[in-house]
Design a protein around this ligand. Structure first.
Ligand code: PMP
Length: 385
């Protein structure tokens, strides 16, 4: 292609190529074990593939209803009711999306206007900030620090003012593995009470939570739920991150605004997948055993690095284990991740990328959604460092 003469005044000038693509490319080049990007290296339940195939053959290949097929939305309402005691109405309060990220982008675009302030916690999943910026919102940061990454709610309270439009929370939390407690939810509830502040709750790891902890969904707190978009992802629950399907729960008035944006950016999500997930949700056991399934993986990884010089950060949920390498090296975390990939054959994510000002706590994030052998091999490599 001939070089374009067009110059674009970027709408996202400070935003670089995502670290996930960078580290994955480096891992491939150096044939390293890729514990960088968060995805399982094992397959989804075979029945799910059979169901998608069945519905494709049956001709469920045309546009679904804009908010998603109704039986799936009904099934989701039942699930949320059983797990969290909520009463979302399938017709007006549940929307199927093309994954959690698309739901997050849509929710932010639906409500954030120029100069609206949005409180986000750092480190944080990297899709929140660009969505705020492209909508001309003003991000306000609350920093969480290792080893526990606990939220200082007094700091949140100090940031709140008449411009605050939205607070974005994420539990279980990527990248730290921290999980919100009931007390966190009550503190948040107290802060937003008697304000018009909305909440965007990213709960894509709702079923990946350990050591007997219970997921504190916003759906359990009526005063929060009545002002919240709550985002979930089938990608995490069914080991299908590449299918990009999720959903958002929100009160009718908020869903109406959400759908105004959704219908002109996506219109509807993939039809045969929706029918398949509708059947899969009948198997409650699948998601009820996920905490156990992933906790075993976390523990295999922790056991495999026990003799190493890395110091594990407490992982209460998600499929990420953060490791502190300050006892090994003074290199910054980007450089350290590069060295581990090139010289030791193991790829991770430097956690500084999850802070807008790239705070370097000398902590790397490793994804343990991998087979047992891979985790043990990774542990061996890390133990040599
Ligand atoms: N939120 C968080 C915290 C995530 O880690 C991810 C996936 N990396 C998502 C949302 C996006 O989910 P999806 O793949 O369904 O878009």
């Amino acid at each position: 292609m001939q070089k374009s003469s067009i110059t674009i005044a970027s709408k996202l000038p400070g935003i670089e190529q995502s670290i996930f693509s960078v580290m994955t490319a480096l891992a491939t080049k150096h044939n390293a074990i890729n514990l960088a990007q968060g995805f399982p290296d094992f397959n989804c339940p075979p029945r799910l593939i059979e169901l998608v195939n069945k519905y494709m053959l049956e001709g469920k290949n045309q546009y679904a209803a804009m908010p998603g097929i109704l039986p799936l939305r009904e099934k989701i309402a039942e699930k949320a009711n059983r797990l969290y005691g909520s009463n979302y109405e399938p017709v007006n309060e549940i929307t199927i999306t093309a994954g959690g990220t698309q739901a997050i982008y849509t929710a932010i675009s639906a409500v954030v206007k120029e100069k609206d302030e949005v409180i986000i916690f750092e480190p944080g999943y990297d899709s929140y900030l660009p969505a705020i910026l492209i909508n001309k919102g003003a991000p306000k940061y609350v920093q969480l620090s290792p080893p526990n990454y606990k939220i200082d709610w007094d700091q949140v309270k100090k940031l709140v003012n008449y411009r605050t439009k939205l607070i974005i929370i994420n539990t279980p939390h990527n990248p730290s593995g921290m999980v919100f407690t009931a007390d966190d939810m009550k503190q948040l509830q107290k802060i937003v009470a008697k304000t018009d502040i909305m909440v965007l709750s990213d709960e894509v790891y709702e079923h990946i939570i350990f050591d007997g902890r219970k997921h504190e969904s916003v759906c359990k707190y009526p005063d929060l739920a009545s002002r919240a978009f709550v985002v979930f992802s089938f990608g995490k629950t069914y080991h299908t991150t590449g299918w990009k399907m999720g959903y958002v729960l929100a009160p009718k008035e908020m869903t109406e605004e959400f759908r105004k944006v959704y219908q002109y950016s996506m219109f509807s999500a993939m039809t045969p997948l929706q029918y398949a997930f509708n059947n899969m949700l009948d198997d409650v056991e699948h998601y009820m055993q996920l905490p156990d399934f992933y906790q075993k993986k976390r523990d295999i990884f922790l056991e495999a690095i026990k003799g190493s010089r890395f110091k594990p950060i407490p992982c209460e949920g998600t499929y990420f284990q953060c490791l502190d390498y300050s006892g090994i090296s003074n290199e910054n975390d980007r450089k350290m991740a590069e060295i581990l990939t090139k010289q030791y054959g193991i790829a991770s994510i430097p956690t500084s990328v999850f802070y807008h000002d790239k705070v370097d706590h000398k902590i790397l994030r490793f994804c343990f959604a991998k087979g047992e052998e891979t985790l043990k091999e990774a542990g061996e490599k890390l133990s040599k460092i």
